[in-house]
Design a protein around this ligand. Structure first.
Ligand SMILES: [Fe+2]
Length: 219
């Protein structure tokens, strides 16, 4: 089954799709690429204080809209949990994690400033998730310029799975991120590729990349 484990397609809930119309457009394009199931993973951060309830509300709105349109694609619900002191410790302590495919927890770092993690030590937080029998997934490490490669390898050795973005390969974030993603893939440490779909810029860039002979399923 062709599954996307990381997307921001729910309307008006984070920095992804802004309207229901845009959400439907994104899903329709992704269905055209061949995806059969998309996991909705809105950010939960200091800025986007999403909860299971707020995510479920938008999830129901989008799934109803897709079924009205007759779009044959399955949506599932999870979140992208940022390691920051404002949201992560409480979610973890209250047992509110929503695993992807009953197994994986998407745990993102701050994109630019590691200080936003406060006192949280990523390896300790990964171990807490592992101790629950779940598998941490670190999304798009190619975008964390402050993250050194040795740390990344230590995470992988500890059982963390690495997820790179299709958009990184397609050039959404520029050539340096592209090269870093390609080199992680070449090294063989990337377990998942995902869309991290946010908006039509992603659709256009990835569509252009596919038209120039690339494939989502053969990397
Ligand atoms: Fe994301």
């Amino acid at each position: 089954m062709k599954i996307d484990i990381h997307s921001h397609i729910l309307p008006g809930i984070d920095d992804g799709a802004r309207t229901l119309e845009e959400s439907v457009q994104l899903v329709s394009e992704m269905a055209g690429w061949g995806f059969e199931r998309i996991t909705c993973t809105p950010h939960i951060t200091k800025k986007f204080r999403n909860t299971q309830e707020s995510i479920k509300e938008k999830f129901d709105i989008l799934t109803n809209a897709l079924s009205d349109k007759g779009l044959d694609i399955e949506l599932r619900m999870s979140a992208e949990y940022r390691l920051n002191p404002e949201t992560w410790p409480e979610i973890l302590s209250q047992g509110q994690l929503m695993p992807i495919e009953d197994q994986y927890i998407l745990m993102e770092f701050p994109i630019n400033d590691p200080m936003e993690m406060g006192d949280l030590i990523p390896m300790e937080e990964f171990r807490k998730v592992l101790s629950l029998g779940l598998t941490p997934v670190l999304p798009h490490p190619e975008r964390y310029f402050y993250l050194d490669h040795d740390s990344l390898l230590r995470y992988v050795d500890a059982g963390v799975k690495i997820q790179s973005n299709y958009g990184s390969l397609a050039g959404v974030y520029g050539s340096e991120v592209h090269d870093r993603a390609q080199s992680l893939i070449n090294e063989g440490i990337v377990s998942f590729l995902a869309s991290d779909m946010h908006n039509m810029i992603y659709i256009k860039t990835i569509s252009d990349w596919l038209r120039s002979g690339n494939s989502l399923w053969d990397i």
